[in-house]
Design a protein around this ligand. Structure first.
Ligand code: NCD
Length: 331
């Protein structure tokens, strides 16, 4: 039903980058935030709003009745997989969840993943994949005739998280242009940071990055920000920026990405957001986190109305409902 136009039965060759969504989301792979325009974002956020209204009013709809989503996760996930499953269920579709027994092998060598994708696309209309290797979602898309959604490819990207993050910023603060955004923690390995920072380059924002030296933002992301002439600062110290930011985006140190665990031990507890630190923050600002948190935000912050991370998480379901409906041509 939604075969990608002119999709080749790829015989093992890598064919590169997912195209921009100039003609909308229908039948497209969602691999990288570099595909999106501001128009795409406005559109999908509008649909996500409608999805929220439907869920609040009646819980579900049969928009995607008869459609099947395959969810294949080669890395642990709670929110991304559960929210995609909930999203498809609330749209009346069904899910093939594959999390057990999936063995990771190097997809850049062309092993196993293409066969898995070919198998799943003969049963499902759309596939969400999470895989530890950067570039894996693009490789899957190169092989697949059905749309592929990147649910996180190693230290690469996490485009659906960036969409829900940006949706949350707009919902909470009413705008994106003119905001001062602080990003804290593991900027090196945190794929949600890479995707959100890139996506924010479509707007007029100011960046403040906070990390230890070994977890600084990768050069390619920094260069993209510089190419857009956006103001950017880097520091080790959250207290230097906390009073300036409209958005404080905190991240977990990504233990699983460290080759040397003693390096992880050195940086794991560097940043902890506490109510005392929040006293210096603006009255109207938000604290975000893609979750899971492992100590970066003290539980005492949860009752602060500026703590937006649970609302952010809920938004993920509405946004993913919108995305599934749009890619399957039913939005
Ligand atoms: C993030 C991820 O998987 O990159 N989690 C998520 O999808 N919400 C962040 C993380 O694992 O730290």
């Amino acid at each position: 039903m939604t075969d990608k136009q002119n999709a080749p039965a790829n015989n093992g060759k890598k064919v590169g980058r997912a195209p921009k969504l100039d003609n909308g989301f229908y039948s497209q792979d969602i691999i990288s935030v570099s595909q999106f325009t501001r128009e795409n974002l406005e559109y999908i956020f509008g649909v996500a709003e409608e999805m929220r209204a439907i869920v609040k009013r009646v819980g579900s709809t049969d928009l995607l009745k008869g459609s099947v989503l395959a969810c294949v996760f080669y890395e642990p996930s709670t929110r991304t997989s559960a929210s995609f499953i909930a999203a498809m269920s609330r749209l009346g579709g069904t899910v093939i969840p594959i999390t057990q027994g999936v063995q990771f092998s190097s997809v850049s060598k062309g092993e196993s993943l293409p066969d898995t994708i070919r198998t799943l696309e003969s049963y499902a209309d759309i596939i969400v994949i999470r895989h530890p290797e950067m570039g894996s979602a693009q490789i899957a898309a190169d092989y697949a005739r059905k749309p592929i959604i990147n649910g996180g490819d190693g230290v690469g990207e996490h485009p659906t998280q960036a969409l829900l993050d940006l949706f949350t910023i707009e919902e909470e603060l009413g705008r994106v242009d003119g905001l001062n955004v602080g990003m804290v923690g593991d900027l090196r390995y945190g794929r949600t940071v890479h995707s959100l920072a890139r996506l924010l380059c479509l707007y007029d924002v100011q960046f403040n990055f906070v990390s230890p030296e070994i977890l600084r933002l990768p050069l390619d992301v920094m260069n993209e920000i510089r190419n857009h002439d956006l103001p950017v600062s880097e520091t080790y110290d959250v207290s230097e920026i906390i009073s300036d930011v409209d958005v404080l985006y905190i991240t977990r140190v990504q233990k699983e990405r460290f080759a040397d665990l003693s390096q992880y031990e050195e940086v794991r507890d560097l940043y902890v957001l506490t109510p005392e630190l929040m006293e210096d923050a603006k009255e109207k600002m938000i604290v975000m986190h893609p979750l899971p948190r492992v100590g970066e935000i003290s539980y005492a912050v949860d009752s602060d109305p500026r703590a937006a991370y649970f609302r952010q998480m809920e938004n993920g379901m509405y946004l993913r409902m919108a995305l599934l409906a749009a890619v399957l041509g039913k939005a």
